[in-house]
Design a protein around this ligand. Sequence first.
Ligand code: ADP
Ligand code: ZN
Length: 211
Amino acid sequence: MNLILLGAPGAGKGTQATMIADRYHIVHISTGDIFRANIKNGTEIGKLAKSYIDKGELVPDEVTVAIVKDRLTWDDCKNGYLLDGFPRNLYQAEELDKFAEIDGVVNINIDFGLLMDRLCGRRVCKECGESYHISTLGGKTTCARCGGELYQRKDDNPETVRSRLDVYTSQTAPLIDYYTKKGVILNFTGTEAPASVLFEEVKTALDRLAK
Ligand code: ADP
Ligand code: ZN
């Protein structure tokens, strides 16, 4: 099963992605995670990506598409994969069509009013990537799952969040229509309820798709 996860920044894609990948034994590929790993390791791609990510803009298509195209040739993709954060505009979607066969697009719709607080209060585990919200941490600074140190992403600040949401609206949201026309979209609504509630709905839809 080859899937795409679509949704605004802060919609809860990362959390759903982990649960989907676990349940269906498919590999979770996050372009944001790939860029952050490159930044951490000081690679050329990392240096280039950082200048865009820090402003809340998209990393150039040529770079991003090449990374994903290569990543999908790895052996661990044979069982299927879940693309998280890619494609993010129509050009990337059209390029993806040239080298991938997509079975379903999990689209998480969410009220934008919830997102600023979610993103600016988000803390992420350095080791495993799990996300938390400061309001639920009670001052804890380590990950409940693996003990890793929590940090705040540099792009989770009000100004950068605003531009990420603008980019989502102008460039990424049109993909909902693109995949609806292809007949592969699965629509969900994100809420303030725990991620496990949404996952129940996602599971029902994907179980049906997997058959
Ligand atoms: P979020 O969905 O919370 O914005 P991501 O981790 O998916 O976070 O992305 C972080 C940043 O990485 C984006 O704002 C963008 O700069 C860059 N990025 C990630 N995926 C892509 C992509 N497919 N195309 C271009 N830039 C990307
Ligand atoms: Zn962790």
